[in-house]
Design a binder for this molecule. Structure first.
Ligand SMILES: [Mn+2]
Length: 329
């Protein structure tokens, strides 16, 4: 059910209880209200503690709670965008989905149906992974209502590989499966931050044959972030956009706590500057995946992830404030 927007109450922002410091109490993302404490949510941060699709280091199932703990100090006003993130529309923390740790198929089906229920309420999701497998059911739910979407995929890796150890659905295959299922507008999809070795050149050729474009981590050095933003915007503009951020796009110096770390990656400043350039595109959903806190140090990865989600929320708030379509429905 979607409320009549003319009768919506003022958005409820971060909790601000006198005598209760930010480090006390139960951590919701950015101290936002829970889903059940508001009548309607425009945007929901949703934990998906699932890591059975991981090929190397496990542990991303503990990502959502780690990101929430690291999000307590996030503030409501964004200096660059000149927007109050939680005042222009209602943002909530919708808690975690209960998904099977044993059956990838069951978990993927649950994620898709739950994501579809949020979409039916007119709520856009920013999912906290969890491993990258979760992007597939999230894209299924988005494409069901939007049709094929552009994906801006920040990642050290392609994630368009085929079957591994007999599993067609795992954290290295979501964008191949999504492409095959017709969920993606392949002329408008781009990987950002690719680097490192692969087994064989054919992996890159197969990715290109699917239709993806690649912006390498090295390109940041050679071209600068302004050019990167321009390339992304030129590539994806013209329809609904889904944002998928694997925290391993960042250099392990900025985000060590992840399943398949890859050195020589982006800095947090490069990632955030890029994200700030993505206003006005019509983001219909997003995920932030692969935070594995057992390998984190001094909350580095948690802070990077919490702030990345905050930057995405800021783009959404900017667009809402400036009357840009939140979706192309
Ligand atoms: Mn990935």
């Amino acid at each position: 059910m979607t409320d009549d927007p003319t009768h919506r109450p003022e958005p409820i922002g971060q909790h601000d209880t006198p005598g209760m410091p930010r480090y006390a109490g139960i951590a919701t993302y950015a101290l936002l209200p829970t889903r059940d404490s508001v009548a309607h949510a425009d945007v929901a941060v949703l934990g998906i503690p699932f890591d059975a699709g991981t090929s190397f280091r496990p542990g991303a199932r503990f990502g959502p709670s780690h990101i929430r703990e690291a999000s307590r100090q996030l503030h409501p006003y964004h200096q660059t965008h000149d927007v109050s993130l939680f005042a222009v529309h209602q943002v909530v923390d919708a808690g975690d989905l209960g998904v099977s740790p044993y059956s990838i198929d069951d978990a993927v089906a649950t994620i898709e149906s739950e994501a579809d229920a949020f979409a039916a309420d007119g709520t856009r999701l920013i999912a906290l992974g969890g491993d990258h497998t979760i992007a597939l059911p999230l894209l299924r739910a988005v494409a069901k209502r939007q049709g094929p979407v552009a994906v801006i995929h920040f990642d050290a890796h392609l994630d368009t590989w085929d079957t591994l150890h007999g599993a067609p659905v795992w954290h290295g295959s979501p964008f191949r499966r999504a492409a095959e299922e017709g969920l993606l507008d392949l002329g408008r999809c781009v990987h950002v931050g690719l680097r490192g070795g692969v087994y064989d050149k054919s992996e890159l050729e197969a990715d290109e044959a699917l239709g993806f474009q690649v912006i390498r981590a090295d390109d940041y050095e050679a071209q600068g972030v302004g050019t990167i933003i321009e390339r992304i915007r030129n590539r994806v503009d013209g329809g609904p956009v889904y944002l998928s951020v694997d925290i391993d796009v960042l250099d392990p110096a900025h985000a060590p706590g992840t399943g398949t770390p890859e050195v020589a990656g982006l800095t947090t400043r490069e990632l955030f500057t890029t994200l700030r350039g993505l206003t006005g595109l019509g983001i219909v959903g997003a995920d932030l995946v692969e935070v594995a806190p057992a390998y984190d140090h001094a909350q580095l990865t948690g802070l990077a992830a919490a702030h990345t989600v905050w930057e995405i929320l800021a783009v959404m708030a900017h667009d809402a404030q400036h009357g840009r379509p939140p979706a192309h429905r």
